[in-house]
Design a protein around this ligand. Structure first.
Ligand SMILES: *Cc1c(COP(=O)(O)O)cnc(C)c1O
Length: 230
């Protein structure tokens, strides 16, 4: 099942890139493996997957220990400040920075661990009550503060779009985040640190790619439905 799912996702990413006149290499696929057992991640690894997304610190720590060391781990879920220390030197990218307090903690822990943390600012473009993330107007001011830090690289923006029956409904959200991303890139005209736009999940990744996503986070479409009852 995993092999067929990966092939089908790959075909659909390619088709979306073709429609948008983009190159396949411009889009990185993150296999979102949260709640799935190590054996299933190993199976995906054996099929060539090297980039996994998780949303819980403990789960990243356990899976990091159990699986090969050439895997890139992405923290895509809400991150509590007291847990930053456990993952700051283990993850490739933190997608979910949405406060100065969290950024300060990451800066401090990265310095302690002698590393630089790559992060994205999470934006709640649709301003859904239930979701974490910055309001659109908060992004540039926070970016200007965090970019001063010496142990953090702000690499771009991330959003979780609303769950909708028709992915077309999220097109303007992705377009809005892309606009904000271009604004930030223009502030950074002298280097290309800001190069990541993480948007699109199983239900809407094709539209996200058409609107400029450089990372898509796909769970269900690769690993099947999650069972939270176990
Ligand atoms: C779970 C999750 C995903 C993947 O969701 P699917 O709909 O299963 O593809 C992507 N991004 C974040 C932040 C998630 O928590």
């Amino acid at each position: 099942m995993l092999k067929e799912n990966l092939e089908s996702v790959e075909e659909r990413i390619q088709a979306a890139c073709d429609r948008a006149g983009r190159k396949r290499e411009e889009v990185t696929l993150i296999a979102v493996s949260k709640t799935k057992p190590v054996s299933m991640l190993q199976e995906a690894y054996d099929l060539g997957v090297r980039i996994f997304g998780e949303n819980k610190v403990q789960e990243i720590r356990d899976k990091y220990e159990a699986l090969p060391k050439d895997i890139e781990w992405h923290m895509i879920g809400h991150l509590q400040t007291n847990k930053v220390k456990y993952i700051v030197d283990k993850v490739k990218l933190i997608h979910s920075v949405d406060s100065l307090k969290l950024a300060e903690t990451i800066e401090k822990e990265a310095e302690k661990h002698n590393c630089t943390a790559d992060i994205l600012l999470e934006v709640n473009v649709a301003e859904e009550e239930s979701k974490f993330g910055l309001k659109t107007e908060e992004v540039l001011p926070l970016y200007d503060e965090i970019r001063q830090y010496s142990h953090i690289n702000v690499r771009g923006l991330m959003t979780i779009a609303p769950f909708v029956d028709n992915p077309e409904k999220n097109r303007t959200i992705f377009a809005d985040l892309h606009k904000l991303y271009v604004d930030i890139k223009e502030k950074n005209i002298d280097n290309d640190t800001v190069s990541i736009l993480s948007m699109g999940m199983t239900n809407d990744y094709e539209v996200a790619i058409e609107e400029g996503a450089t990372m898509v986070r796909i769970g269900t479409g690769i690993f099947g439905a999650r069972d939270y009852s176990v």
